[in-house]
Design a protein around this ligand. Sequence first.
Ligand SMILES: N[C@@H](CCC(=O)N[C@@H](CS)C(=O)NCC(=O)O)C(=O)O
Length: 262
Amino acid sequence: MLELYHAASSVCSIKVRLVLAEKALEWRGHLLNLSAGEQFRPDYLRLNPEAVVPTLVHAGRVILESSVIAEYLDRLSDTNPLMPRDIGAEFATRHWLIRCIAIHEAINSLSFATLMRQRERAAFSAAEIEARQNQIPNPQVRAKRRDLWQHGTGSVYAKGALHVLRRVFEDMAAALARDEWLAGPGFGLADAALLPYIDRLERLGMAGLWQSEFPAVGAWLAAVQRRPSYDVSVAAFVPASEADAVRQIGAAHWPAIAALWN
Ligand SMILES: N[C@@H](CCC(=O)N[C@@H](CS)C(=O)NCC(=O)O)C(=O)O
């Protein structure tokens, strides 16, 4: 049995749930509440020492990194192969999967500079925030989180995120001018891997980043959202009330993000 440790609205967890749905694989989930700090539980740290989700456990193996998990799942079943067979498309896919590390950092920065920061400020005292940040194992990740906490959209990490995203949108638009999907004529691992990040930006009310400059990105997003795998892996885990709350907080920060973008 595939055992997935994941979180409801975590982008990397969504990537894996989307691939599980596309591949029609059976799995058992262990939902972690990241806001409650469940990723720091000693039993979970034994599986994932950096205290992040997702983690896949299968056949005695512990597999980390959402893009690696996605590729592993694709190899488990012949149903709906997601890695293209054409060598050019395969290596374009591999490039997108590697880029997901930087894309994740960018989305994480924008989420923390806006949504998470506002929510944590409302829910915790400064001392509680400090204690939570001190639990993050990697000092570099901790320092980034502190900077975002202190400066919000004024953090250098927010600006860096937009730098990364502009390149991503340019390359997505170029790929989509050639083919229907990101790495060829069929929906594949590249599309599944990128979906959660672009979907998060839209949920944060930041679609203005691509609407006029890169409309192909919006059309691609809508096409992925129409697939049956989307509802079961994303919408089913995020209640409408939560989606509305996220959009409202994001919208309040949009002017600051738009000013950094232009
Ligand atoms: N590169 C990793 C990133 C994992 C990651 O940072 N996950 C986030 C959720 S999307 C997390 O668990 N954050 C923990 C926290 O916020 O404390 C992957 O793709 O699996």
